[in-house]
Design a protein around this ligand. Structure first.
Ligand SMILES: CC(C)(COP(=O)(O)OP(=O)(O)OC[C@H]1O[C@@H](n2cnc3c(N)ncnc32)[C@H](O)[C@@H]1OP(=O)(O)O)[C@@H](O)C(=O)NCCC(=O)NCCS
Length: 222
């Protein structure tokens, strides 16, 4: 046996492929993928993929769930969905895995919520606190004393300066910059490349430099 812990992954697209690249370096081996898309393909040859809740329930009946970890590989602005699936899998008795790429920096006194995913060359700096099922994507920076709620996604190359607070399930797009002490509300979306100089209300979508609210409809919950 490999000595690696079996992990199941909900999702099979980009985020799942990115995570699969460093499962072994994190002490895991993929045991199964799940996806709601009936045309989904397993990202790893030889590892089965099961479709939707019925596929998951069939897999679960045959599994020794006490030995299996899970991760929810659902990215983009789908933080609420990531949290719902997290609750489903944790409620089924599986253990949430927290995955940190070997090239990422996580300060010794930072706190990562269970199920969080810290990707290649990302930085989570001193006294940062992350909720459950957060994603800090490739080369993103979460600087000192930032607080991220559950299900937050910081996109590739985005920068949160110090003491920023981000509400549940908010999504910060690729390359965006959020200035110190700004508050971003729950379910908000910050567009790629934006520079956020003022607080953002829950559910707002903001873009540009400086970032302003866009005409796009507010997201649910706003
Ligand atoms: C801001 C965002 C959420 C808007 O999405 P959307 O509502 O589907 O917007 P659309 O693509 O329909 O574009 C609507 C308008 O906004 C503009 N726009 C879109 N994204 C923009 C951005 N980041 N900055 C400035 N303008 C933007 C478009 O050019 C378009 O302008 P037009 O009406 O003059 O043609 C999205 O474009 C974005 O930036 N998402 C982040 C993606 C990302 O970083 N992904 C990382 C993957 S891990």
């Amino acid at each position: 046996m490999s000595g690696l812990t079996p992990i199941v992954v909900w999702g099979s697209k980009g985020q799942a492929k990115v995570l699969a690249e460093f499962f072994d370096a994190s002490g895991f081996r993929a045991a199964a993928f799940f996806d709601n898309d009936p045309d989904a393909v397993s990202p790893i040859d030889g590892v089965p993929i099961h479709i939707g809740a019925p596929g998951f329930e069939r897999w679960l009946r045959a599994a020794d769930r006490s030995t299996v970890s899970f991760v929810v590989a659902v990215g983009g602005d789908r933080g609420r969905e990531r949290l719902e699936i997290y609750e489903l899998l944790a409620g089924a008795g599986l253990a949430p895995a927290t995955l940190v790429h070997p090239t990422a920096f996580v300060a010794r006194d930072a706190l990562l919520g269970t199920g969080s995913q810290i990707l290649v060359r990302a930085c989570v700096c001193t006294r940062a606190v992350l909720g459950r099922a957060c994603i800090v994507n490739t080369a993103a920076t979460v600087d000192h004393e930032c607080e991220l709620g559950d299900g937050v996604h910081i996109g590739p190359g985005a920068t949160l300066a110090g003491c920023v607070r981000v509400g549940e399930a908010a999504f910060i797009g690729a390359g965006a910059v959020v200035l110190p002490r700004i508050r971003i509300g729950a379910d908000a979306v910050v567009g790629a490349g934006a520079v956020v100089t003022r607080d953002v209300e829950s559910g707002w979508v903001v873009t540009g430099v400086p970032a302003v609210r866009t005409a796009r409809a507010a997201r649910s919950g706003a």
